[in-house]
Design a protein around this ligand. Sequence first.
Ligand code: CDP
Length: 236
Amino acid sequence: MATKTENKIIVAIDGYSSSGKSTMARDLASRVGYRYIDSGAMYRAVALYALEHDMISADGSVDETALIGDLDKIRIDFELQADGTQHTTLNGVDVEREIRQLRVSSVVSPVATIVAVRHRLVALQQSMGESRGIVMDGRDIGTTVFPDAELKIFVDASPQTRAQRRFTELVEKGAQVSYADVLANVVHRDEVDRTRAESPLRKANDAIAIDNSHMTREEQSAWLLEQFNRVISRKK
Ligand code: CDP
């Protein structure tokens, strides 16, 4: 007889920066009772560690040797909050707000090109998915972290739509940013993520592509739930 775990699947959601992946992933996880993991938050936490330890120079270059030397000292976790959301912690400190700031967004993609950083975080992400029942979003989840995920989605939207969404989100949180800076960051991160040597951002062959430029949050969540139910019904 199949156990509960065997019936649970892995949902991998990849796509471009600020494409609404996290919102879709979070909505699905809460609807179906799965755990949601934001893999980007893990790269952001490593980038914050590098910033806090002066490992990033003014021109944006990363002291890779120092950062790799410190990888054993970097502990990243997710802490469940009373309201059901999860906060990222870095060595026991809640860094959820800080990792979303533009100063972290500006340096995270070069940090995420470092092979040793990726290997460390991919191993951690794979261990989080051991008992399945997980929705994880990122750039390489369907290609590298969980190539055997039962449901893979690749999300895209125009750079302007994505920048507008991120700009609104940051302003709502009280950040002092300009739309132009946010758009420049989105376009730059797309380029770095797409062209890096180690697990670059690309759609897995078996991923379902969706452009959500003209979809509301409700529409995209309903669409994803439909995809999920289709896979689950085939498993029964
Ligand atoms: O939320 P947003 O789309 O702005 O980005 P994120 O998911 O928080 O990821 C931040 C950065 O981490 C990305 O631009 C990538 O450079 C990197 N990342 C990655 O390389 N691989 C992942 N699985 C997730 C994020």
